[in-house]
Design a protein around this ligand. Sequence first.
Ligand code: G3H
Ligand code: 13P
Ligand code: ZN
Length: 322
Amino acid sequence: MALVTSKEMFRKAYDGGYAIGAFNVNNMEIVQGITEAARDLEAPLILQVSKGARAYANHTYLVKLVEAAVAECPNIPIVLHLDHGPDFETCKSCIDGGFTSVMIDASSKPFAENVEITKKVVEYAHDHGVVVEAELGTLAGIEDEVKVASHEASYTHPEEVEEFVSKTGCDSLAIAIGTSHGAYKFKPEQCTRNADGILVPPPLRFDVLEEVTKRLPGFPIVLHGSSSVPQEFVKKINEYGGQMPNAIGVPEDQLRQAARSAVCKINIDSDLRLAMTATIREHFANHPGDFDPRQYLKPARQAIKDMVAHKIVDVLGCDHKA
Ligand code: G3H
Ligand code: 13P
Ligand code: ZN
């Protein structure tokens, strides 16, 4: 199967009450870990590449790695998506360079400007058979290329979504309902503690999602910042010399609930980083003499595969939907 757009995937996910996992890729082991899990579970898949990933690994290398995965996984549909495209030029470069889906993220701009930039990307993308994700509302969080302070983050205003979608013609919409990027999604003071003293973050704003869905029936919604920051990885990282105090993510039961709704795409990157880092730290602690990268990248790739398999089955519900 060649690379596909997410059009058909989202229609089936919407009707079927599940979501597609959109996982960020930066190198071969990450691509392999994710795609082996999706292939074994017959799950449709989105592999996404950020501006930072293109700067790190080079556009051509990433496209070729994904093309290799497509060849190795003929039983599943795979989308190659630009994550957080910052401007028209980056989107154009990915559209011209083999991507089947792009995100234009002008969510930090005023509404009219967001509409204008998004519309320009949509016109070019649709002329080239590529679909477009846009964003309304801003998420808090810190990555290389996505930095929004929590006080600047705001939930999506449902009253804006119809006008935005009809004016831009975008194919899916990322909304802000309380998720955020990175491994520190909530400050401890925003959380409560359960009986075991574990931090419990505030619930996602399902009321905002519901309001958006009412105004855009049948339209695919996207959730960014949806890593759950598994505590077993955080514990392992801290146990083996790392320092990630108070790392916390979105509880998986809330993501499962979102996947049953109009949310058709759930973005996960930080959990891949945690799985890989925890495994490599543990490996070096137990095998201090190892220096062949294959010795520690092999278990790291396996940890990614296991984590993604868990997400596909227990969070996204997209196993055997290829
Ligand atoms: O939302 C952003 C993704 O986690 C990508 O992060 O810009 O560090 O590649 P990055
Ligand atoms: P996480 O940082 O929660 O993994 O979010 C990733 C993301 O939204 C990529 O666009
Ligand atoms: Zn994101």
